[in-house]
Design a protein around this ligand. Sequence first.
Ligand code: TYD
Ligand code: MG
Length: 469
Amino acid sequence: MSKRNLSFVCQNCGTAFSRWQGKCEACGEWNTLSEEGGDRPGGGLGRKPGRGRLFALEALAGEAHDAPRLPCGIGELDRVTGGGFVRGSVLLVGGDPGIGKSTLLIQATAAMARAGHRTVYISGEEAVAQVRLRAERLGLRDCNVELAAETAVEDIIATLSEGTTPRLVVIDSIQTMWTDLVESAPGTVTQVRGAAQALIRFAKKSGAAVILVGHVTKDGQIAGPRVVEHMVDAVLAFEGEGSHQFRILRAVKNRFGPTDEIGVFEMTGAGLHEVANPSELFLSERDLGQPGTAVFAGVEGTRPLLVEIQALVAPTSLGTPRRAVVGWDPNRLSMVLAVLEAHCGVRLGGHDVYLNVAGGMRIQEPAGDLAAAAALVSSLANAPLPSDAVYFGEVSLSGAVRPVAQAASRLKEAAKLGFKGAVVPEAGRGERSEPGLTVSEVGSLASLVADIAAGGRARMAAKTRGQYG
Ligand code: TYD
Ligand code: MG
């Protein structure tokens, strides 16, 4: 048997087989084999071997046009996309069920329609009446958005290709779409990939901006093949906590803009409202001026995230003092306490120590050491830390504060959320300045402890003067 006759190719690993089988023997994946043209001489298109079409090569130095953008008028959304939707581009919006993806996108299509563009909203999950009801609730009933409840990709593309090309097309959601070209059921990896491919081809050909809504699995991945994330031009993640009203839109990938911008929204009874000043919303949940809290500028994967660390240090009534920690590694707490004792003269042997990461977050990176230490010392010294400062840095056993990765994006996030100061490890200062943020460097934990204790003494002195002076 000649190799040239192999025509079933595993879509996962690319191994070719001469006949179809349920399981790929090379990678062990099931149902990934599909028939392909094989590498017959001349390819599958009937061309003469060795004769390709000639095309012109262009100089890199040629004229470049800025990607034509269509701002939708929702500032926070435009900020995340990098200034608006790019014509002919495809954007994937992922998020937990019920987080507000459909709400955000119907608001975006309505805003574009108000600006006089043709916009189409295709729902594969809800009936037209349901979409209308939501629009009514959002006060968007009079907007000229064209609606359909459809799931067949070929029909959708044929319909959209009629008449003037729409400027914006929303497909809610890609998991409900199916294409004739693929035989598997809707929602399967192959269908999602096939449907996405067809819609991407439509976007490139017609110049319409297409937004795909993607479901998110339990572990936070956009369901379906990761390959869809590679195929689209931008991936936005819509995040939020069930108990809170605010939602954060983050660019995870963006071929036409920055990926470290976030958009902040508030879910209200009348839809999503932009939060112009997220720091206010964020700070409103904190007990300002209380000792024992520090804001940690963390990074989750590639995403910067600010969280509050709360500490309570109180004299113990037990023989063995308690150490309780929620959301952080107990071993790291022991280590930080040991460094405080050994190098900073902080005696904690007679104190219970409680540490909590607010909002149910878990901090796994060592960069949280400095914020935890600051919260602990602040509680012990009864000295509140500046409420507009963030902390990050790794504490070593020698008591030194070590630099951590992605300092710039932590500072950028802090500045974005309205913080004014950052206490960070010593390292090349120049590259880490952010407008509006005062960066102060600490070389050792001992100097941070001295600073916090000095703040506590000054407060005591001021109080005493107030009482007696
Ligand atoms: P939805 O946009 O349907 O979420 P997704 O498409 O991501 O699944 O939003 C559903 C939630 O939003 C639902 O729990 C109700 C809430 N909501 C409001 O609080 N206010 C509103 O004006 C709207 C339309 C929805
Ligand atoms: Mg929805």
